[in-house]
Design a protein around this ligand. Structure first.
Ligand SMILES: Nc1ncnc2c1ncn2[C@@H]1O[C@H](COP(=O)(O)OP(=O)(O)OP(=O)(O)O)[C@@H](O)[C@H]1O
Length: 673
């Protein structure tokens, strides 16, 4: 090292020493911001003015300013930290959902608990902010309870139905030799009924006859233009004698007529029923001179016209009729209204709609509206003027009083009491399952209707009426009902078991279609043949026959007659004869296929247990249908009435070989066809 370098080193040492001393002196002087701590960082040593051993005032001021600056920067840093957390820092864990204190929860039970995870973390240096005020909660949307069926049914209930007369089915009146019973029947009719073996009037007849055959003979007149009779709707169980309840008053009233006019019209849904009701009219009205006609389409139109109308050639505004009573189906009735000259309904005194719910459910070219129009007098402008040079008087044209204005030459005498003349037609509606639908009832244009409901007493009138509105139909008291739940493949076997073990003969078996009917009858025949061939039974084979719409009317009549004569044991049919048909010896009804609704069930079951006789109704229910069927019964309030019969595999085992054999034979037949 050279001398010059040594000099430099010495100078430097001196400088450092001096610096050290200055620092010592500075420490000895109490610093104004000792709390902040001495820090020489940031002090420009090179520019420092402290060259002496004591700090002068300017130097102290500088130190203070530096300390202030440092405090300011620290505060700024802290503020930055709280307002914007450093992204490099670890993200804060979401806080747990805060629970409301029980006081808050109790104070506002319906407030929504606001999750607090998203709120900023509480600053520990500042006092904890109060919990966010709870928001008023809107109630959650809820669906109102569906109104009860009973409530719905009672709404819009026809006022006349609400005032219906409830009749106990147990009521009956012994039929005396004279009118002590108040039924209004004449001696001839009573005599005829006795000849037919009828000794008492059933509930529906006891109630209806006094209404239709009032003691005041004037009210039995054939025309009542100024005192039109009230219409009547009757709901009574199957087999309770509704047919006689309208046949008797019609015969009794019309027997007083001199001239034959179409005065009673009976509309029925099927040809078979038309035939049956005609037989009743002819039996009861025997010897009274009343002419009964039918119109069903079974014969040619021209043939029917010739049976119904006497004069087809001249124009008669009063119509012309060969019959007093016409029993018909609605379709054919409309055909005659449109296509048969002088076929008129203006003289009608009675219009009966039997099985009313069924007829009103079907439109048949809007038959009801057209029939109602034909019973009402048209305006005078609709009158057809007589041919020039001719006069309608004294032509033998007799109009009903309400239609007289159609006669142009007839003198009209106006008085102060010029009352409007009304048609005299009294509408009578009957069914075991009468509808309560206000729309359908309104379409009938009933005049001050009176309802009669024959049903087991419930004690409460309103409850009884509600039963009608809820379609909880009354069944015959003598009917026993059973159901057998089984596998679909075992249904025929269960049926054969019922036939052979429960003596289900003299029976009607209802299927769902004509095809099922035919198939079942064939299977039945094969089963009986196989069983007889195996010598399985000594009893005579059971004879089953199909009764379906595929057969001609003549074939149907023959089969029905054979069944009535007990030459056939079982009639297998579709719902063609589920309504109205009256065969007294039917002891069992089997619904081989479950009925689609309660009305069908009621009418099928009602083919037995008629007129107070005993009868059994069986329903074979496939396992997958059981829920639906039971639900249907439950809604109709009928679940308890139907007992469940169990048929074990063991019981069926004995019949299985014959069934297998019958199945094979059936397959062969279908394969051939
Ligand atoms: N007063 C009576 N005495 C004895 N038998 C009667 C009496 N009235 C009716 N019957 C018989 O009762 C049976 C059933 O009558 P009807 O066919 O009129 O029943 P219904 O009420 O019309 O039944 P459905 O609703 O099934 O048509 C018939 O065989 C009829 O002859």
């Amino acid at each position: 090292m050279g001398a010059e370098a040594k000099q430099k080193t010495k100078a430097k040492k001196r400088y450092l020493k001096a610096k050290k001393d200055r620092r010592k002196q500075r420490k000895a002087v109490p610093a104004p911001h000792a709390a902040d701590g001495p820090d020489d960082e940031g002090v420009d040593e090179g520019s420092g003015t402290a060259s002496g051993s004591e700090l002068d005032s300017s130097e102290a001021e500088q130190v203070k300013a530096a300390a202030d600056e440092k405090a300011r920067r620290k505060a700024k840093k802290a503020a930055k930290k709280t307002s914007a957390p450093d992204e490099t820092q670890e993200p804060e864990r979401p806080r747990k959902r805060r629970r409301l204190s029980p006081e808050i929860a109790n104070a506002a039970p319906d407030v929504v608990d606001v999750p607090l995870a998203a709120s900023p973390p509480p600053d520990r240096r500042t006092p904890t902010p109060p919990p966010p005020s709870t928001l008023p909660a809107f109630p959650l949307p809820t669906r109102p309870d569906a109104p009860a069926r009973a409530e719905l049914a009672s709404q819009g209930l026809d006022r006349a139905l609400a005032r219906a007369q409830l009749v106990d089915p147990g009521v009956s009146t012994p039929l005396g030799a004279n009118d002590d019973d108040g039924a209004g029947l004449g001696e001839r009719t009573r005599g005829r009924l006795r000849e037919l073996g009828i000794t008492e009037l059933f509930a529906v007849q006891t109630t209806l006859l006094p209404l239709l055959l009032p003691a005041d003979r004037l009210q039995r007149a054939l025309y009542l233009p100024y005192d039109s009779p009230r219409d009547i709707c009757v709901s009574a169980p199957t087999g309770s004698g509704k047919t006689l309840a309208y046949v008797l008053p019609i015969i009794e009233t019309l027997s007083a007529r001199i001239v034959t006019r179409l005065r009673a019209l009976i509309v029925l849904p099927t040809r078979d029923l038309v035939t049956q009701v005609r037989e009743t009219f002819e039996e009861v009205g025997k010897g009274r001179g009343l002419k009964v006609g039918t119109a069903t389409g079974q014969h040619s139109f021209a043939h029917e016209q010739a049976q119904l109308v006497a004069d087809k050639s001249s124009h008669l505004q009063g119509g012309s009729s060969k019959v007093d009573i016409l029993i018909c189906t609605p379709g054919r009735l409309i055909d005659h209204l449109h296509g048969t000259p002088n076929f008129s309904l203006q003289h009608l005194r009675f219009m009966v709609i039997d099985e009313a719910d069924r007829l009103l459910a079907q439109s048949f070219q809007d038959w009801l509206a057209q029939v109602l129009v034909s019973t009402r007098p048209p305006p005078a402008s609709d009158a057809i003027p007589p041919a020039p040079g001719t006069s309608s008087i004294p032509c033998a044209d007799a109009l009903a009083p309400a239609f007289m204005h159609l006669l142009p030459d007839a003198p009209t005498y106006h008085t102060d009491l010029d009352e409007k003349k009304e048609p005299s037609c009294q509408k009578l509606l009957f069914s075991a399952t009468l509808m309560s639908d206000p729309g359908k009832i309104a379409a009938l244009e009933l005049r001050d209707p009176q309802y009669i409901v024959v049903q087991s007493p419930t004690g409460d009138h309103a409850e009884g009426i509600l039963g009608v509105a809820l379609e909880q139909f009354s069944m015959p008291a003598t009917l026993k009902e059973h159901m057998v739940v089984c596998d679909a493949s075992q249904k025929p076997l269960v049926l054969f078991h019922l036939v052979h073990s429960h003596d289900v003969t003299n029976a009607l078996i209802f299927t769902k279609s004509t095809e099922s009917t035919l198939r079942l009858v064939r299977l039945f025949d094969f089963f009986e043949t196989a069983s007889a061939a195996a010598g399985g039974r000594t009893a005579k084979p059971v004879i089953a026959r199909a009764y379906s719409s595929d057969l001609s009317p003549a074939e149907r009549k023959t089969i029905l007659d054979q069944f009535k004569a007990r030459e056939i044991d079982i009639l297998v049919c579709s719902d063609l004869i589920s309504r109205g048909i009256d065969i007294s010896h039917v002891a069992h009804v089997v619904s081989y296929d479950v009925p689609v609704d309660m009305r069908k069930y009621v009418h099928r079951a009602g083919r037995t247990a008629r007129a107070g006789r005993a009868g059994d109704a069986w329903t074979l229910v496939e396992e997958q249908e059981a829920r639906y069927f039971k639900n249907m019964l439950r809604i109709a309030g009928h679940m308890d009435a139907v007992g469940r019969v169990r048929v074990s595999d063991k019981q069926l085992a004995a019949l299985s070989p014959f069934y297998e054999s019958a199945l094979r034979s059936l397959k062969e037949v279908y394969a051939r066809e």
